[in-house]
Design a protein around this ligand. Structure first.
Ligand code: SF4
Length: 335
């Protein structure tokens, strides 16, 4: 069974975002004439859905395609192929000139809160800017909104007169979150939003994001390379490897019963505080292959301790293994 499921689940969870067979190939130019000599397959045939109000964590190594996937969902990048549906509307091919209403409903938080905040704008201007672009409210209403958002993310209202360099990394990420919230979005895509922060600050920002999710009824797509960060905040987790999905499952199921050998290796590396839990670290051999020249068959076969002949020949399809638990691995399919 593939990942094409009905839009409404029996338990009435409502899908807000779906991608179907999504691909992003970047051309590689070569020779004097700069002809296309190949493609980097950053995202290669990914299908998944996100339910309203949930947090879907997307995990993978650098180069796995997770950020490219997030940027395509925001339509910051055009897909090469495939479909993106937001609230039942196909947004994969809408022109950039028609994208403004979409930006109101979908906002992004970036990894580096300093690089993503304009250093020449005051914090008040930064938070107000998306409302100005969306032509939301009067000047007075926008100012009131700036103040209330600053307070809601744990900053004082005087912060609106200051500039980004006057704040710590954690405070700058709070400003980024306030800006993302200013248009009252339905979905927030966080592209490694806590990766650049100290561990102690990470948990503060994660707790804030969880509180805000309840208050603002947000849906999160949370991109990270660290499974321990995703564990904290996600309802379900999708594991990506070399532009493809390896496994998607509810968080507890994934951590208790990882099926894909790659997920098993990632989880074996997550530190545990449970002294009864004995975990043997699985060390993967070799580096991530180039997405410009991915291995045949299963993209993980060059590093997989369970690889067998079929894995080099045939690409595994996503197979349903339980309630919302899917895996792409020949160990779970019949030849
Ligand atoms: Fe390993 Fe084969 Fe499964 Fe790929 S399909 S993860 S190579 S066992």
């Amino acid at each position: 069974m593939t990942m094409s499921q009905p839009v409404k689940e029996p338990n009435e969870k409502k899908e807000i975002l779906r991608v179907q067979n999504l691909k992003k190939y970047f051309p590689i130019k070569g020779g004097v004439l700069k002809r296309t000599v190949g493609h980097v397959k950053a995202v290669d045939d990914v299908s998944l859905h996100i339910f309203e109000g949930e947090t879907l964590g997307i995990v993978g190594e650098s180069g796995s395609g997770k950020s490219t996937l997030g940027r395509m969902m925001m339509r910051l990048l055009d897909p090469t192929e495939g479909q993106i549906t937001f609230n039942g509307v196909d947004i994969s091919t809408i022109r950039q000139s028609k994208i403004r209403p979409l930006r109101k409903d979908m906002q992004m938080i970036f990894q580096d809160p300093y690089a993503s905040l304009n250093p020449r704008m005051s914090v008040g201007e930064i938070i107000e800017e998306p409302m100005l672009i969306q032509k939301t409210g009067s000047s007075k209403e926008r100012q009131e909104n700036v103040i209330s958002l600053l307070e809601r993310v744990g900053l004082q209202q005087e912060a609106r007169y200051k500039y980004p360099h006057e704040f710590s990394g954690g405070q700058r990420q709070r400003i980024g979150i306030a800006r993302a919230l200013s248009t009252r979005p339905k979905v927030i895509i966080g592209d490694e939003p806590v990766s650049a922060l100290d561990v102690s600050v990470q948990s503060q920002v994660l707790n804030l994001m969880e509180d805000l999710q309840n208050d603002f009824q947000l849906t999160y797509l949370f991109i990270a390379h660290d499974l321990s960060v995703v564990k904290h905040i996600s309802d379900r987790v999708a594991v990506m490897y070399l532009g493809r999905l390896a496994e998607v499952a509810p968080k507890d199921d994934l951590y208790a019963n990882p099926l894909h050998p790659y997920t098993q290796a990632l989880i074996s590396a997550v530190p545990t505080t449970d002294i009864d839990e004995k975990r043997e670290r699985i060390i993967l051999q070799g580096d991530l292959p180039s997405p410009a020249n991915p291995p045949s068959g299963c993209p993980f076969h060059t590093r997989c301790p369970e690889a067998h002949e079929r894995c080099t020949l045939e690409r595994p399809e996503m197979t349903k293994m339980g309630e919302e638990h899917y895996v792409a691995c020949h160990l779970y399919t019949q030849s």
